[in-house]
Design a protein around this ligand. Structure first.
Ligand code: PAF
Length: 290
């Protein structure tokens, strides 16, 4: 496995791929890798000849008071894990490779509307930071395909939209969330949970499952019915000890509010548990007869 720690090392390593016409599949990460990331690497292999991962904690996507400084940097373990799962090249840039001038002075890429709702509303500037860094990484790596986890559902849709809007020749692939045996979605931030919080955390997914059950029973009726189960779900989460940010049923493709008759829905939630912000989602596909 090659490791490129700056742009000239990256370009030299990429030349090897390009010389033999390899289809590059790119998996950007912020490191502190868990089985969910490793699953993305294994899936990436199915879509091309060479897997390129990046490890970069992107300052632009953290808001004031968020965990940029304390975000776990675990380079040695990350590299060992990436090697074990057969990644071909890892790009571990320095800040000056990504933001040659000051972060605040850098050109930004922003997807309006879809980037402003749900997590975008609670974390202003977050998605601008994500799309800006992913755009920069895409331009540096020039992959033919890129893989993202659907745990960050809104992020995945935003990247798909950015790629379409900017006419980037990149296939964006979404990979299903990896969960612990108790249903908790794997996330680097799970490490912040205390033992007691870790025991409560799976209730987030359990609540999404409860909502999905209600929707499936009721069929594809939107309006007051949805508002009712969203509010009951919020009460349940509060009862378990979460401070819910949002819990919302949306359309899968564009995260618009579903209308009666729409069949591909997704329930998305973000909730604070102690100091940790957890997000999760669950797709609900209603059969035409529902
Ligand atoms: O999902 C993440 O880890 C990050 O948002 C990403 C896509 C690597 C951009 O920094």
């Amino acid at each position: 496995m090659d490791v490129a720690r700056n742009l000239s090392e990256l370009n030299a390593a990429l030349e090897n791929f390009d010389r033999c016409g390899a289809r590059k599949v790119f998996v950007p990460t912020m490191g502190n890798l868990h089985d969910g990331h490793l699953h993305l690497m294994t899936e990436a292999r199915r879509y091309g000849d060479g897997v390129v991962a990046s490890v970069y904690v992107n300052p632009m996507q953290f808001g004031p008071g968020e965990d940029f400084e304390s975000y776990p940097r675990t380079e040695k373990q990350d590299l060992a894990q990436l090697k074990d799962c057969g990644v071909d090249l890892v790009f571990m840039p320095d800040i000056s490779d990504i933001y040659p001038r000051e972060v605040e002075a850098h050109t930004t890429v922003e997807v309006p509307e879809l980037g402003a709702i749900l997590c975008g509303a609670s974390r202003p500037g977050h998605f601008r930071g994500v799309t800006t860094v992913v755009n920069r990484l895409f331009n540096l790596v020039a992959p033919q395909a890129a893989v993202f986890g659907k745990k960050d559902y809104q992020q995945w849709l935003l990247i798909r939209l950015m790629v379409a809007d900017l006419g980037m020749p990149i296939e964006v692939i979404g990979v299903d969330t990896v969960r612990g045996a108790d249903g908790l979605a794997l996330s680097s931030r799970n490490g912040y949970l205390s033992e007691a919080e870790r025991a409560i955390a799976p209730k987030l997914y359990e609540t999404l499952g409860w909502m999905a059950g209600q929707i499936s029973e009721q069929g594809a009726y939107a309006g007051d019915f949805l508002a009712g189960i969203e509010s009951q779900a919020r009460d349940r989460l509060q009862g378990f000890g979460f401070d819910p940010d949002y819990i919302s049923v949306r359309r899968q493709g564009d995260l618009g509010v579903p209308q009666t008759g729409d069949q591909e829905w997704v329930i998305l939630a973000a909730a604070q548990l102690g100091k940790t912000r957890l997000i999760d989602n669950l797709e609900v596909n209603l059969k035409p007869s529902d």
